[in-house]
Design a protein around this ligand. Sequence first.
Ligand code: UT7
Length: 366
Amino acid sequence: MRRAKITGWGKCLPPAALTNDDLARLTDTSDEWIMTRTGIRERRISHVGSGELGRVAAERALACAGRSAEEINMIIFASATPDLLVPNTASRLQLALGNDSASAFDINSGCTGFVYGQKIASDHLSNNPDDVVLVVGAERLTWYLDWTQREHAVLFGDGAGAAVFEASDTDAGVLCSHIGCEPGPGEALMIADFGTAMDRFGPDPMVFDLRFDGRVIFGHAVKGMASACETVLGQAGLGVKDIDLVIPHQANERIIDALADRLGMDHGKVFKNIADYGNTSAATIPVGLTEALEQGLIKPGANLLMAAFGAGLTWGASVVRWGDRIEPLGVSDAELPPCNQSAMELISDAVAFFSANNQDSEAPAR
Ligand code: UT7
């Protein structure tokens, strides 16, 4: 049976780290609260846009696959934080990589973006087995954050991950994937006051940031991911015991643990790196996959379960049977431009803006 196999993997995390103690200097929170309620210790703040983060991750994934940029036939850029609205970031990435013939499109499915992209790549390859598909999950979510709002300022970070997909005639590859969306509670996670539904020349300036109802999302996240996992396991004819490693979306350590409990999964088989990066949205799964391989947690023939949820509220899961190769074929020397600022310096303008805006009684109702 023809399947889509991951032949290359890569990640890019910007260097500037913002700790919980840094955040406690900006808003009424503490390292203790953030660690116990979310499992996050620090997060990265990017000095470049999502496209540039994605470029470095993509170049590393291509080198890992032993592929050149010209060989890519399709570029899928999964992000809720594109560089521009038009043109899409995938096409700018294509230009930066040096490819001039691939199809290139963005998908915005929030934190589930990579799982959606993987499904599209897998379906595409079943009809186009000679193609090479690049799926990138890249986010600069901190760009949107109001650092005075402790409910969400502590949760998110920036980063990118990428994977190269190619057709395989062995039993390795994406065995099953299942994606969906429950739109009813969609307003529980939104970037409001931005976009063409807004009155561009109305009396109130557009002051946009992330809006968030964590408790609502928490419940839907666990249920949605667990149900998607059960579906793909059933489709693959596998039980929880057949899974060697779960790579879940990293939004909150308690959500990950609740998912593992609901599935009856041994917690030792669940990958976590949320302490280091927070929630990097569409990037969490490809970054997690790359780190799991770097740490030797994936053996040849391993069965992987991936699951995510995000704005929409979207959800998705997939079962991937790993192939023989767990080492990169090559290593890229791609790097981000140097960053000469600390994380606190990088967010200082946003902190000043939101602090002033929130104190201003004339400011638009938020
Ligand atoms: O990937 C998709 C996006 N990610 C998510 O949507 C994440 C889903 N939700 C969550 O991870 C959790 O709901 C949160 C981490 C956002 C919140 O955790 P929680 O256990 O649901 O806390 P809570 O909202 O029930 O708040 C408990 C208390 C409240 O105080 P009171 O009302 O009990 O006095 C909050 O005001 O904790 C307070 N609180 C904080 N305290 C210190 C909320 N955020 C903070 C904070 N620091 N950062």
